[in-house]
Design a protein around this ligand. Sequence first.
Ligand code: ARG
Length: 572
Amino acid sequence: MRTFKTIIAAEVSSLLNEVSVEELLALIEYPSNKEQGDLSLPCFKLSRQLRKAPQAIAEDLKNRLQLEGVERIEASAGYLNFYLNKAHVAESVVAGILQQGELYGAQNIGSGKTVVIDYSSPNIAKPFHIAHLRSTVIGNALYRIHDFLGYACVGINHLGDWGTQFGKLIVAYRMWGDEAAIEEDGIDELLRLYVKFHDEADKDAGLNDEARAWFAKMEQGDAEALSLWQWFVDISLIAFNRIYELLGITFDTYTGESFYNDKTAPVVEELKAKGLLEEDSGAWLVRLDGFGMSPALILKQDGSSLYHTRDIAAAMYRKTTYDFDKAIYVTDYAQNLHFQQWFKVVELMGHEWAGDLVHVAFGRVSLDGMSLSTRKGNVVKLDEVLKQSIAKTKAIMEQRHQGMEHLDETARQVGVGAVIFHDLSTNRIKDIAFSWDEMLNFEGETGPYVQYAHARASSILAKAGAAASMTNEQAQQRAALLIDEASNPLLQELSLFGERVELAMHKLEPSIVTRYLIDVAQAFNRFYHECPILLDHVPAPLREARLALVRCVQTVLRNGLRLIGLEAPEQI
Ligand code: ARG
């Protein structure tokens, strides 16, 4: 659907040959004070380019522009303000949403392009950390947003399934492990062994050498080492899949670090051939002093590979396999340096696609000030957090109304949704504090609040029954009645969906979608309180117009919730 912004930008650009539609799209604003127009073009920002005074540009455009649906245009203080015709807004927004339904807001700007998204990526034999949860939900939202905009997406769970920690675990298992306990307690028992290893290694440094030796054996393909490793992987995946199932998230591939074992040697060769590799007391590295960074370690003294090495090999593999236009990595900002380092190495290797590698960093999550370190063993269990959220939601819903149908299923959708939404509701780079009260507040800026607005829209439509069923043409005609002070802002908000999704994609920022959903839900609640729908005194045409608007709200909330990985139950 063409938005008012794109229509204005196209018309203005056709009058000003020197200014492109893209430039205008970036300039046009939505003034928060509607007295300054529904949309506004700051002409002073064009003054230099056009070598003309701002007010003169505005006056000239005002005289020459002819725009359907625009009631009046004013040139004021260097701005050109557009006042839309409210009935026209209503008709075009309602028609657009109802015609496009599930696809309202979608675009094909990504068609023919591929985006590879590396997210979640927990470490085997360690618990699923709260940062992995954030990576999972941000990555999943970015996946869905790109998909909605026409990109082909590949979601990769780059499991941390290789590295010295497996050497430690093998040593610990051989010294103190118990097969039955691991089968029984899974990842918890593996974690206990891991923690015990660190405690003992503090007293006996020789244990670290043994661990390194076992990891080297894994790299050399030793059968005993590999079969233990495979067992640890399987045990861990059982626990991770429980979490993914609760979240309703799947991946296209689970190719973890181990997948690249046979792909690191060519990387080392290439680095050598290109003169980038330097020896440093038996280890091999790429110096990055010239770029203000510490060196990227490529091979250890014993010849084993490192995190960097495997990331470079993985990127090369992904480029050959998927020929991506963009490769996204979602991790917390503690890994900023790691990504800067190896992105630079790929650039130094002369691969022009180094510029398509993007690190999407996010802030830390603190939980009641609790330390989340794995080494100490006091970690928060994520499936417990999700289950607790579901239980708390269920209790709240039981209080709100008794005898609800599908209570358990709805509590799952809302309880899990609350956690996801909370993780996505601030700029990703900000640190966030995990708070039950904030997350589960049905009146706050939360997932339950948005899901509840959607359920309210659904229940109005269900109650209206036959009155709500009309053809799109009828709905569009009726919509001309939606010109009051509660309906118009809601319609204008609904018209922005596509633009916001696109912005979220460009900025790789799902919080733009969560913010938008809150704005729609708030505008809808205001409309709901000010505009009666099903009361007897409401004339039939107006009732139908309002029902059409409710249907639009339902569609936009549902589409938006789906983009960030939330379900949209009909009843809460
Ligand atoms: N497994 C890593 C961790 O838990 C995250 C991996 C991120 N992806 C990557 N390609 N390095 O810290």
